[in-house]
Design a protein around this ligand. Structure first.
Ligand SMILES: Cc1cc2nc3c(=O)[nH]c(=O)nc-3n(C[C@H](O)[C@H](O)[C@H](O)COP(=O)(O)OP(=O)(O)OC[C@H]3O[C@@H](n4cnc5c(N)ncnc54)[C@H](O)[C@@H]3O)c2cc1C
Length: 380
């Protein structure tokens, strides 16, 4: 077995790195400080074919594979995890269910503009009292003639204040716990849909996160994904499988950023009249960081390859997400330990990597939930 990106994939990585360094890097400090997403990036990334990577060509997408998507996610998150969060939702949770379960009309209406960066998508499942336990959501969608009336509130929604449309999970039949859920597309201008507030977070400052409300929000019945009531959670399975693999790339990206800045610090710094790089303790720590980076990258791209072959299981995806989001914790901790007071300075990105890295343990299933999925996949 020979395992390495091929020449075409390496050239693709080089191209996307150049684009992100040119278009994204100059925005990071300003938008992290403003705690806002730079929306002007969307049409730029759309024009570079760097949104919704797996969206097929018939809807204007690049129609690339999971490995290519992971390359872009790793490279973008190497530069900024907050900005990466928004773009990841656009190409995953917000649009994947429309691609797989939406009618032709919905695909034309939402996917093509999303690919071009003309419309921003969000995905709303989490509620104030329901996160990991998705069947505990209370949002309802009640059929009234040709419309569904949606009522409920959602929290921690990435792209919440900037989205043009949001894919929302709601019960069409609350008596069927878990099985009575459907996904609906709600548009920014729909009456009864509002943004309650923008949330401040420990990390991912440049991603936009909000609390949303649906008060008697009527949407045409054609905006329900799928033809029958119920089964919305199983529609999410493929999207979550894909998203958890993408999370491997996300953690690998921020880990790589922390690793690179630490290496460059070690090469510059001196202690007790000696280069820091001569310290055995430092050499041990950096060797462990390098080892973790290798392992994260192998796991992520192997998972992406399995996905592209159509054989990745939910267990495979959870193993990648759990391993990478936990491994990145020790990488960012070591980066901070090595740089000591220098790492705490607000103008040193290491403190940002530490905060952003911590958040990877939560979305698309916490680490505890990944343990449960893996155990379930072992037949337990
Ligand atoms: C940066 C960020 C962006 C997000 N973006 C979105 C978004 O765009 N859309 C969206 O819908 N949601 C989003 N979320 C929400 C995220 O999906 C939830 O936070 C996550 O699912 C966990 O839910 P919770 O926070 O309600 O925690 P809870 O589910 O209440 O869990 C609390 C703690 O209990 C543990 N726990 C829960 N159940 C079990 C169990 N059965 N066994 C063992 N331990 C358990 C959890 O692991 C956790 O440690 C985002 C979150 C973050 C941090």
């Amino acid at each position: 077995m020979f395992y390495e990106l091929n020449d075409e994939q390496k050239a693709f990585r080089k191209r996307v790195r150049e684009i992100y360094e040119r278009e994204v890097s100059p925005l990071v400090e300003e938008y992290e400080r403003k705690e806002a997403f730079p929306v002007q990036l969307y049409p730029i990334l759309g024009a570079e074919h760097l949104l919704c990577l797996r969206c097929p060509k018939e809807y204007g997408g690049p129609g690339l594979d999971k490995i290519s998507e992971c390359i872009t996610v790793e490279e973008l998150n190497r530069i900024c995890v907050g900005i990466g969060a928004s773009v990841m939702v656009q190409g995953g949770l917000a649009t994947d269910p429309i691609l797989h379960f939406g009618s032709e009309e919905l695909k034309q209406k939402y996917l093509s503009p999303a690919v071009r960066g003309e419309k921003i998508g969000a995905f709303a499942l989490t509620e104030p009292d329901a996160g990991s336990d998705v069947s505990g959501i209370r949002t309802t969608a009640v059929k009234r003639g040709d419309t569904y009336r949606i009522n409920g509130s959602k929290t921690f929604i990435t792209n919440g204040t900037i989205c043009d449309f949001v894919t929302v999970a709601a019960y069409t039949d609350p008596s069927k716990r878990g099985r009575g859920i459907n996904l609906f597309v709600v548009e920014r201008g729909d009456l009864g849909f509002s943004v309650i507030k923008k949330l401040k977070k420990l990390g991912n400052h440049s991603s936009d996160t909000a609390e949303l409300a649906f008060d008697d929000c009527d949407v045409p019945k054609e905006r329900m994904l799928g033809e029958q009531e119920g089964g919305g959670l199983s529609q999410l399975e493929g999207t979550l499988k894909s998203g958890r693999l993408t999370y491997g790339a996300r953690s690998t990206g921020v880990g790589q950023a922390a690793f690179e800045t630490t290496l460059s610090y070690i090469k510059r710094a001196r202690r007790h009249g000696q280069p820091l790089s001569r310290s055995q303790a430092i050499r041990f720590m950096v060797a462990e960081m390098a080892m973790s980076m290798e392992a994260m990258r192998y796991m992520t791209y192997r998972g992406a390859w399995l996905f592209d072959q159509g054989v990745a299981t939910m267990k495979d995806a959870s193993i990648v997400k759990l391993f990478c989001s936990e491994s990145v914790q020790s990488i960012v901790q070591k980066a901070m330990a090595i740089q000591k007071h220098a790492g705490l300075r607000a103008d040193n990105p290491v403190q940002r990597f530490l905060r952003d890295g911590r958040l990877s343990k939560i979305p698309e299933g916490t680490s505890e939930i990944q343990h449960l999925v893996i155990a379930g996949g072992l037949g337990l």
